[in-house]
Design a protein around this ligand. Structure first.
Ligand code: GAR
Length: 209
């Protein structure tokens, strides 16, 4: 099976990017990261890419203020790098329909809640955990899913629950969920790279033999 060529899109710290790098380096993921694209110039994720000799590129509002030009620049880069899989690892932008159409069922996102709860526009990063605590639910978690034209609405690949304790804060909850994300995202990428995910409408069949 051919090694999958991966682009990872990030906006910040990049701890999820790091788990993909680590799982490629330890042989668990049969893929190679061809480029890391950051929407933030100073994202620490770009530093992580550099440390592992991965190309890191800033494409954001600063250098591409026009949203269509920004998306076209991303599309051009993905084509140049012959990308098979796009991973959104803490990417705080929404990709336009053109990219979603070109890479249908080949874009994976990690979200820090149990979709369809606490997701969609405005729900990202710590805001998700704050909303979970404000609502008072007892369970939250992480979701890995394919990206479609909506915000966090694509077919779900993996989910895992995390218990919310009464004395949890945004920080403690974020930490517990992140630990689960760091297992779930590399697992999703691994299964994709081994052609073990099949999409049937909204449902994803996992070949776990
Ligand atoms: C992660 O918790 C990820 O699930 C979340 O941002 C964080 C990025 O952390 N993504 C979203 O909220 C997307 N809607 P990282 O930069 O350390 O990977």
């Amino acid at each position: 099976m051919q090694i999958k060529r991966i682009a990872v899109l990030v906006s910040g710290r990049g701890s999820n990017l790091q788990t993909i790098i680590d799982n490629i380096e330890n042989g668990s993921i049969n893929g190679s990261i061809e480029v890391v694209i950051s929407s933030q110039k100073e994202a620490y994720a770009l530093e992580r890419a550099r440390k592992h000799n991965v190309d890191g590129v800033y494409i954001g509002k600063g250098n591409f203020p026009d949203i269509d030009e920004r998306n076209d620049k991303i599309i051009k880069l993905l084509a140049e790098k012959e990308i098979d899989l796009i991973v959104l690892a803490g990417y705080m932008n929404i990709l336009n329909e053109k990219i979603v159409r070109l890479y249908r069922n080949r874009i994976i996102n990690i979200h820090p809640s149990l979709i369809p709860s606490f997701c969609g526009r405005g729900f990202y990063g710590e805001r998700v955990h704050k909303a979970v605590l404000d609502y008072g639910v007892k369970l939250t978690g992480a979701t890995v899913h394919f990206v479609d034209e909506g915000a966090d609405t694509g077919p779900v690949i993996f989910q895992k629950a995390v218990e919310v304790d009464f004395d949890d804060t945004v920080e403690t909850l974020a930490k517990k969920v992140l630990k689960v994300e760091h297992k779930l995202l590399p697992l999703g990428v691994k299964f994709f790279c081994e052609d073990r995910l099949r999409v049937h409408g909204r449902r994803v069949e996992i070949d776990d033999k």
